[in-house]
Write a protein that binds this ligand. Sequence first.
Ligand code: COA
Length: 155
Amino acid sequence: MKIENCTEEDLPEIISLINQEFPYVSISIEKIRKKIADGKISLFKAVEGKRLLGFIEAEFLEEGIARINGVTVKPGERNQGIATALVEHTLEFLKKRQVKRIILLVKQGNEEAKSIYRQKGFKFIGLYHREIDQAVVEEMELDLSGEEEKPSYVS
Ligand SMILES: CC(C)(COP(=O)(O)OP(=O)(O)OC[C@H]1O[C@@H](n2cnc3c(N)ncnc32)[C@H](O)[C@@H]1OP(=O)(O)O)[C@@H](O)C(=O)NCCC(=O)NCCS
């Protein structure tokens, strides 16, 4: 299994996965193309040969802040560490882009996803202000700003 950048050819399959897993999201190929062209999002895929196994989206929100969206692994490919690998790849990518804070939203009952995020250092910061798909949603964050912190006696 490898993690690669998504290409234009992957977009129809990615849209179909988004529609399957996140039907409440309004998405179209044009919207995704525009966000990629504007540098607002980056998409990565997990592949075995040419077969797409899953994908992840990193979205740049504002200076130093990004959000991880849409982590999805195809049902027959789950529990083999693919989502973990996608998240790890994305964290490295975002760190190289000088991102200092990464946030994400996860449904409260999604224990698989929450266990991955916790293992990567994400912390619960509060409940999202509204339900999504009739589910309570948690907001999690990974604070990377401390990685470069100087000792407190250096001003
Ligand atoms: C969530 C999802 C991306 C996970 O993908 P995956 O490739 O199966 O994930 P991984 O194999 O990397 O890791 C799964 C982890 O969940 C853990 N897990 C599985 N069931 C669990 C449960 N009921 N409670 C707690 N942890 C659980 C596994 O033990 C594993 O952790 P480990 O590596 O420490 O053993 C996948 O289930 C999916 O696509 N779900 C639908 C879309 C979705 O909900 N995306 C997340 C949006 S925030």
